[in-house]
Design a protein around this ligand. Structure first.
Ligand SMILES: Cc1ncc(C[n+]2csc(CCOP(=O)(O)OP(=O)(O)O)c2C)c(N)n1
Ligand SMILES: [Mg+2]
Length: 616
């Protein structure tokens, strides 16, 4: 007879989760860092009760917004290099649908998060319950069907025993380096409370280790041969390098072969910025050093990258005719993009095998020297734009310089949307792996502060510095209060340029008039004068305004000694961005318009599009 234990489905779920472990640097740790919860009908009675029982082994955290709590969970997983994750539970209806954007964010960024929205009654007896959407033609549809396209694995639990296979499947997805992403288990309200005799074996402790697939021999041979034939090889390092823990291997591979490395947003900090062969940012927001190599390279070894448009300059950046791409990626879907020679493997394993296959081979010295000279030139350009200034309205770049000078590189610098990602990708001098945390797969306004909270939970001993624009801040700031409540200190630098500066610049660059982006260009009775210091202070932060770059540096130096979340506000210029570096980005300009500026922009657009490689 199998030993069983009678539990509700929700109790079985929390008991199972609290018995899953991971191992990081020899330390055995719970793989689930905790559960974010906002209760309502649909989760308070069932899952809420179960979480209370398990509160010592599986901590529950309360936030102020469901999307924000999922952002925190996602940032936690990212800062843990996907080795640990968190769950988020909500009521049915609006609580659940508030999670959908975050699910999409995790999906795009290939990050693990377990979403547990409440769902309508499986027995349908009290229908329609509060917040039930009621599809006229399909009795199986609920608001949670919105999660299907943005979950790697979606399931609706309509019987208590279904949680047994569902949780095992969920763990496979959450721990698989290739298929990793959000898992949504929609938990019918009545089923959460229903009891079942679960086998005790289901709750045995389990240790999850990182899977590291090795390359197929033929793919490895083809990749090594292509590399040996290359005269101008270039490595593009993506987030997969960091998640694989392959930074050291990448540095050694680059040093041994003389192949320069450039980094995507997710891959930045794969190598420290002071490595002379690290060309740093590539693509639309890239450095001149990286992008001129990309234009000339005859071989691109793309490691752990999705090759999104910001990396490939909308596929106009890699200009050498007949170039070869090698896609070293744990996910075959990515490895074969743009007709690449696929090398399906874990980044660390793949680089180790390539190193062995290339023993004694080096890229031509002139190419390596060309790269190093470009990097040195770029540093001079970057120093100029980030230097201290006493401009009344400093640029984002000058603020970045001040943050870097005061706080150094050995912090977690976190950002997501607005003009900052472009400036930081180019200009931030990253330190150790993971010191640069960009959410630029979805570039979701409102990720920043909640994300900072999750990163701090993952790295409590590291200073977490969030850089955020006024637009993103206004979209989602409530987790400042949570950070104060939990004693998790963040340093938030808020750049107030009174509107959506980067979109206004994009609007102008595509020939349109300034319209509906900067606050002054919106329909208004009164121009809002938002007092961010008073606002952040009201949420419990130590809030200060810096009137200049010098004041910003002094305030940040002071903030280092704080133990409470600090928000430092500085007014910035909405019209300035860094001209050096960068590459074309495909943003479709109207083909007909009454505006001459739009027609001119379209003519230029048609010229630029000719550089796009189609079908390569
Ligand atoms: C949720 C969400 N809505 C809209 C956008 C499109 N968008 C990208 S940046 C931006 C403006 C951001 O404003 P702010 O945070 O002040 O940064 P700034 O552009 O001024 O540097 C907008 C609207 C987005 N990325 N995310
Ligand atoms: Mg702004």
């Amino acid at each position: 007879m199998t030993a069983t234990i009678r539990l509700t489905m929700a109790q079985a779920l929390t008991r199972f989760l609290s018995r899953q472990f991971t191992q990081i640097d020899g330390e055995r740790l719970p793989i689930v860092g905790g559960v974010w919860a906002i209760f309502g009908h649909g989760n308070v009675a069932g899952l809420g009760e179960a979480l209370w029982h398990e509160r010592e082994r599986l901590p529950t955290f309360r936030a102020h917004n469901e999307q924000a709590m999922a952002h925190a969970a996602i940032a936690y997983a990212k800062a843990n290099m996907r080795r640990r994750f968190m769950a988020a539970t909500t009521s049915i209806g609006p609580g659940a649908t508030n999670l959908v954007t975050a699910a999409a964010l995790a999906h795009v960024n290939r990050l693990p998060v377990l979403l547990l929205p409440g769902d309508v009654f499986a027995n349908r007896i009290p229908d329609p319950v509060l917040q039930q959407i009621e599809d006229f033609g399909d009795g199986t549809v609920s608001a949670n069907d919105c999660f299907k396209p943005v979950s790697r694995y979606f399931d609706r639990i309509t019987r208590p025993e279904q949680i047994i296979p569902a949780l095992q499947r969920a763990m496979q997805v959450l721990t698989d380096p290739a298929g990793c992403g959000p898992v949504t288990l929609a938990l019918c309200q009545d089923v959460q409370a229903e009891a079942y005799d679960y086998p005790e074996s289901f709750f045995e402790e389990r240790l999850w280790t990182q899977r590291r697939p090795r390359a197929d021999r033929d793919e490895l041979k083809a990749a090594a041969e292509a590399l040996k034939a290359a005269k101008k090889p270039l490595i593009v390092a993506g987030g997969g390098v960091l998640y694989s823990g392959a930074s050291g291997d990448l540095g050694r591979f680059s040093a041994a072969t003389g192949i320069p490395v450039c980094e995507t947003q997710a891959g930045k900090s794969s190598l420290p910025d002071d490595n002379a062969l690290n060309m740093a940012a590539i693509g639309v927001t890239g450095t001149q050093a990286a992008n001129r190599l990309a234009a000339e390279a005859d071989l691109i070894l793309a490691v752990g990258t999705r090759l999104q448009d910001f990396t490939t300059g909308s596929w106009a950046l890699f200009g050498a005719p007949g170039k070869t791409i090698i896609g070293l990626n744990v996910q075959p879907f990515d490895a074969g993009k743009h007709r690449a020679l696929p090398l399906v493997a874990d980044a660390r394993e793949g680089l180790t095998d390539l190193s062995e296959a290339l023993t004694g081979w080096k890229a031509p010295e002139s190419w390596t020297a060309h790269a190093k000279a470009g990097k040195a030139d770029w540093r001079k350009d970057a120093e100029k734009v980030t230097a201290a200034s006493n401009a009344a309205l400093p640029s984002d770049a000058q603020v970045i310089g001040a943050v870097q000078r005061t706080l150094g590189s050995d912090i977690v610098l976190l950002h997501a949307a607005g003009g900052l990602p472009g400036e930081l990708h180019k200009l931030w001098q990253a330190g150790p792996p993971g010191s640069y945390h960009a959410e630029y797969g979805f570039s979701c306004m409102g990720y920043e502060i909640a994300g900072g909270l999750g990163a701090k939970m993952a790295r409590p001993d590291t200073e977490v510095v969030v850089m955020v624009g006024d637009g993103s801040y206004l979209m989602m700031n409530s987790e400042i209060a949570t950070s104060v409540m939990l004693g998790l200190k963040l340093t938030i630098v808020l750049l107030d340029n009174r509107g959506f500066g980067c979109i206004n610049r994009l609007q102008n660059a595509t020939g349109s008039a300034s319209f509906n982006n900067l606050l002054k260009d919106t329909r208004h009775e009164t121009l809002p004068e938002i007092d961010f210091v008073a606002h952040a202070g009201s949420l419990g932060a130590i809030a200060v305004k810096a009137a200049s770059i010098a004041e910003l540096e002094a305030t940040l130096a002071q903030a280092k000694t704080n133990t409470r979340t600090a928000v430092v506000v500085i007014d910035t210029d909405p019209l300035v961005s860094t001209g050096a570096g960068g590459a074309w980005w495909d943003v479709a300009v109207p083909e007909v318009s009454e505006r001459a500026e739009v027609r001119a922009a379209r003519a230029q657009y048609d010229i630029e599009r000719q550089h796009q490689r189609v079908g390569e």
